[in-house]
Design a protein around this ligand. Structure first.
Ligand code: DGP
Length: 114
């Protein structure tokens, strides 16, 4: 998608602080961190929202969680704890319409979210 900021990051056209890339899933630091650890995990392939997932994407979405687990361990927050969040559409506050998982950690996270 030509006008998608996360597609541009995945293509290397826009710089990002990349932590992991296996060609299918990319992890990079959020530009506007809401916690000491705030990482975004995206599929390379453009999928706008969770609503656009298909059954064939099951392994890809599973890989997002496996990469989250790996990145959390590498950043030293696996034991202290972390939260994964995928916002879908307006009421959830989705701003970038390329599926992304937030990985938040490094402080006590409030619940329920705002
Ligand atoms: P959401 O509200 O779930 O769509 O979250 C979008 C997140 O994307 C938000 O936390 C800020 C982050 N973000 C937006 N543009 C960029 C960018 O160009 N680079 C990086 N690293 N993060 C971005």
């Amino acid at each position: 998608m030509d006008d998608c900021i996360f597609c541009k990051i995945a293509a290397g056209a826009i710089p990002a602080s990349i932590l992991y890339d296996d060609g299918a899933v990319l992890a990079f630091r959020d530009i506007n961190p809401e916690a000491p650890v705030h990482v975004l995990l995206i599929p390379h392939r453009h999928i706008a929202t969770l609503n656009d997932l298909e059954a064939a994407d099951a392994a890809l979405i599973g890989q997002l969680f496996l990469v989250a687990r790996r990145v959390a361990a590498e950043l030293g927050v696996a034991e202290s704890g972390y939260r994964t969040v995928i916002n879908c559409n307006r009421d959830a506050g989705q701003l970038v319409f390329h599926v992304h998982m937030h990985l938040l950690a490094g402080r006590e996270l409030g619940w329920p979210p705002g």
